[in-house]
Design a protein around this ligand. Structure first.
Ligand SMILES: Nc1ncnc2c1ncn2[C@@H]1O[C@H](COP(=O)(O)OP(=O)(O)OP(=O)(O)O)[C@@H](O)[C@H]1O
Length: 234
């Protein structure tokens, strides 16, 4: 598989927190799980991968091209979507929330309607188009936020604790969606605390501790074992 995103010697500093990523290669169609305790830097790394934060040091490549300036980062944001830990839906209907990003991409009319219908069906919320964002449960908000990401058809989908509020019916649907997307070539990075998810989803692990990403020495072995960093890659 080809690398979609590569990071080398990346350092991001903010206040008293420093995030360090020596080597990270995300393959096209790969599934990854970012693990680590509260405050380890998972959300910060996802924002960096989403090109919403800019590292002070290091190099990034997307689809083989070096990521250099703000203009390029802005273009990349059209291919990368982050679903935040506490997603914000604006005051309006579910349809309006999903249509917003499509309108910016000039996707209108029937195509817009079909994409929204399909994305809502994919998260199990068929017929939710006219529901108001104020009248949704926490789990429904998360699913609408996921659908809002899906309609944009990103090449890299970043999910910050996106399954935390899902019930026992919604979780298998969510996990099937993730595997289907990666089978279609979408790279998916999830951050979370579900200890069983790596086994169920067969994700590669990206363990973060105190802002340092420590890749497991042997990814395949890691899939069989607990999601705990064992040894740093030299
Ligand atoms: N907007 C911000 N401004 C300043 N510091 C921040 C900001 N967001 C996070 N931090 C700090 O950066 C560090 C990493 O936080 P981050 O949210 O990335 O961790 P996390 O691993 O996602 O945690 P959690 O599991 O609790 O979601 C923490 O020390 C946090 O206090």
């Amino acid at each position: 598989m080809d690398d979609l995103l590569r990071l080398r010697d990346v350092v991001f500093r903010r206040d008293n927190f420093t995030l360090r990523v020596n080597t990270l290669d995300l393959q096209a169609g790969g599934r990854y799980l970012l693990t680590g305790p509260n405050g380890a830097g998972k959300s910060t790394l996802l924002q960096l991968l989403a090109q919403l934060l800019v590292p002070q040091q290091g190099e990034l490549w997307f689809a083989g091209e070096p990521v250099t300036g703000p203009r390029q980062r802005q273009q990349l944001r059209r291919q990368i979507t982050l679903v935040e830990q506490s997603p914000f839906l604006f005051n309006g209907t579910v349809y309006q929330n999903l249509a917003f990003g499509l309108r910016l991409r000039d996707i209108k009319g029937d195509l817009q309607r079909r994409r929204i219908e399909r994305a809502l069906a994919a998260v199990g919320l068929e017929g939710f188009e006219s529901r108001h964002s104020d009248n949704l449960s926490g789990g429904e908000v998360q699913r609408v936020a996921l659908a809002r990401a899906l309609v944009l058809r990103p090449r890299l989908l970043l999910l910050d604790e996106a399954s935390a509020g899902l019930d026992t019916e919604a979780l298998p649907m969510f996990e099937k969606l993730i595997t289907d997307l990666s089978d279609k070539g979408v790279t998916v990075v999830l951050a979370g605390h579900d200890q069983q998810q790596p086994r169920r989803l067969k994700t590669r692990l990206l363990p973060l501790r105190d802002g340092i990403l420590t890749l497991p020495k042997d990814d395949e072995k890691q899939l069989e074992s607990d999601p705990v960093p064992l040894q740093a890659r030299a």
